[in-house]
Design a protein around this ligand. Structure first.
Ligand code: PGA
Length: 252
């Protein structure tokens, strides 16, 4: 099964207008020049979505947000609806990132509800899962990831509208990564859980990204594993050279 790799940048709460547009323009120019055979996605903060959309015009780089509310509109102070995201030109949204699950107490049920609403609005979702350091030390990695798949991936998920991102929480922003063998084991177990939930055909087509301290120097090892279909990149997505270097290494 050939799954096209997806190289996704999660800018998190970084960049004001000048810095963000400069970064997006640099990424756009490099991606255009190199014609790399993967899909690209950048997810800036809400405040920059409109400005970055303009920078990506004429490129194949998709625009995504980092979170979404499940309602189309209404009395939800401070929240952003799926329709607001499509209105701004987003085609993707990250849902259930560990920084949302932990800092904002988001449950599997809420994440599933958001994913259903996003799909209804025509957005593709990147649904994040991953274990804490303590869960890993207790040997619970695969159980935690499979439970998150069963709990937060909606029944309407398809290979077209959903991407999974496996991000061990202890690897995010720490410079630490699991071994390549551990990553492959978890991804294979996640795919097995997806097969149980959505059927084998869908699971075989669905992309499963790895995230957590992906850098140009570890990209080739982590991203060419059989069940790894791309990367969700935080810190290194804030440097155009590093972001594109990761994409190059994902294809070796
Ligand atoms: P990192 O973040 O690449 O900085 O570790 C990844 C993520 O949280 O998506």
């Amino acid at each position: 099964m050939v799954r096209k790799k997806l190289i996704a940048g999660n800018w998190k709460m970084n960049c004001l207008t000048a810095e963000g547009t400069e970064l997006a323009k640099a990424v756009a120019a490099q991606v255009k020049a190199e014609k790399l055979a993967c899909d690209f996605l950048v997810c800036p903060p809400f405040t920059l979505l409109g400005a970055i959309k303009k920078c990506l015009r004429g490129t194949k780089i998709a625009l995504g947000a980092q979170d979404v509310h499940f309602a189309d509109k209404g009395a939800h102070t401070g929240d952003i609806s799926p329709l607001m995201l499509t209105d701004l030109g987003c085609s993707y949204v990250i849902i259930g990132h560990s920084e949302r699950r932990v800092d904002h107490f988001e449950s599997n049920e809420l994440i599933k509800q958001k994913a259903v609403a996003a799909h209804k609005a025509g957005l593709k979702t990147v649904i994040c899962i991953g274990e804490t350091g303590a869960e890993r030390d207790a040997g619970k990695t695969i159980k935690v990831c499979q439970d998150e798949i069963f709990g937060s991936v909606p029944e309407d998920a398809s290979a077209q509208n959903t991407v999974i991102a496996y991000e061990p929480i202890w690897a995010i922003g720490t410079g630490k990564t699991p071994t390549a063998a551990d990553v492959e084991d978890v991804h294979a177990a996640v795919r097995a859980a997806l097969a149980k939930k959505l059927g084998k055909a869908t699971a075989n087509k669905m992309r499963i990204l790895y995230g957590g301290s992906v850098k140009p120097n570890n990209a080739a090892e982590l991203l060419n594993l059989p069940d790894v279909d791309g990367a969700l990149i935080g810190g290194a997505s804030l440097k155009a050279d590093d972001f594109v270097a990761i994409a190059r290494n994902a294809l070796k």
